[in-house]
Design a protein around this ligand. Structure first.
Ligand SMILES: Cc1ncc(COP(=O)(O)O)c(C=O)c1O
Length: 369
């Protein structure tokens, strides 16, 4: 049996009929950039997140980058980010000309450790970017408290957390700005690159609208040096169809992860994901921890199981950030998790049979069989 990491084809099959007419209409109109479908998606996604405004962009990376620009973050500023995340969180800070300042993570949730943030704050700090890693919210209350105390902005990196909740609030709508990626494998994924920003702040909303479209206010009126980060209508059509199914698909992911956990709970050589109180984990990634992770990874791959590693090297040890002069040992929790973490196949369409097979193979590998 082969189990891929994610089954995108089944998602396509579910929406195939629904997207046919809107896509045909679009091809007939031949109007491919922004437009009515993007507007509808923005309205629907803002409403889904309980936020006032949303702006469709061409990626999650741009969502973070343009958010930072909209807050006036620039060269000479510092922005706090967790060391354990996808590199785009930090790259966006660098693109804005500012310096990412890394902070270690919590060993249970793998999200930024709020207790370690204050030590990283300097006179130059302007913002914090908590990441809701794997689909589980960062602990936002203490983060927002610190931000208020030091007058910092908070941008949520919700690129892996579409529909996840923190104390009943949708991730992405808790702080100043929320950033989403619609990369194809995300819980809400396009058929290519796409992203979105949500906010309740009208000024931020208006700034990002201008930033995403070459600084344009009128057709040939350019008020700032903006960027091209427009969302394609094709992606908006796909995303509107998938958005209707997002809650059901997230629920399926939660059921699948409970099944994994039930099958693996008695295994000694493994640490299963833990959900904190008062929040819903939407399992973008179902990540376990094992010793000898690289060996386990290779063996499972040999057995046809599409395991992945999110992520094998924390950002402070990446060559891309060598100029920041961090060293091994600076963030021991992030380094330990990066050595042990292993993502099992996860998608809404994963079957019970597939989950049983993955769990059985994993148990065998862990016990040297
Ligand atoms: C946590 C996180 N931040 C940012 C991004 C960047 O999103 P994109 O790939 O759409 O640019 C991703 C997606 O890969 C992500 O997982």
């Amino acid at each position: 049996m082969k189990v891929p990491f994610i089954d995108l084809n089944s998602q396509y099959k579910e929406i195939k009929r629904e997207i046919k007419i809107p896509l045909d209409n679009l091809f007939r109109k031949s109007s491919y950039i922004l437009g009515e479908d993007v507007k509808l998606l923005e309205t629907e996604f803002a409403s889904y997140c309980n936020a006032k405004y949303a702006v469709g962009l061409n990626s999650g990376t741009d969502a973070l980058f343009l958010s930072l620009l909209s807050l006036g973050i620039k060269k000479g500023d510092e922005v706090i980010v967790p060391s354990f995340t996808f590199i785009a969180t930090a790259l966006a800070v660098s693109f804005a000309g500012a310096k990412p300042v890394f902070v270690d993570i919590d060993e249970k949730t793998y999200n930024i450790d709020p207790a370690k943030i204050k030590k990283a704050i300097t006179k130059k700090t302007k913002a914090i970017i908590p990441v809701h890693l794997y689909g589980q919210s960062a602990d936002m209350q203490p983060i927002l408290k610190i931000a208020r105390e030091y007058n910092l902005k908070v941008i949520e990196d919700a690129c892996q957390a579409h529909g996840a909740l923190y104390h009943g609030k949708k991730c992405g709508s808790i702080a100043d700005i929320g950033c989403f990626s619609f990369y194809p494998t995300k819980n809400l994924g396009a058929f290519g690159d796409a992203g979105m920003v949500v906010t309740n702040d009208k000024k931020i909303y208006e700034k990002i609208l201008v930033l995403r479209d070459c600084g344009r206010k009128g057709r040939y009126e350019h008020v700032i040096k903006g960027y091209n980060s427009r969302l394609d209508s094709i992606q908006a059509i796909i995303l509107r169809a998938k958005l209707k199914r997002l809650d059901r698909w997230n629920k399926k992911r939660q059921i699948n992860s409970r099944y994994y956990s039930a099958l693996l709970k008695d295994e000694k050589n493994i640490i299963l994901p833990k959900t904190s109180k008062n929040l819903s984990h939407i399992y973008h990634v179902y990540a376990v921890r094992v010793k000898n992770r690289d060996k386990v990874y290779d063996e499972l791959r040999k057995r046809g199981i599409g395991v992945l590693i999110h992520y094998s090297k924390p950002l402070h040890l990446q060559k891309a950030y060598k100029e920041l002069n961090y060293k091994k040992g600076d963030f021991p929790v992030a380094e330990k998790i990066a050595r042990e973490i292993l993502s099992l196949p996860m998608s809404p369409h994963l079957t019970k049979k597939e989950i049983m097979f993955v769990a059985q193979q994993l148990r065998q590998v862990l016990n040297g069989q």
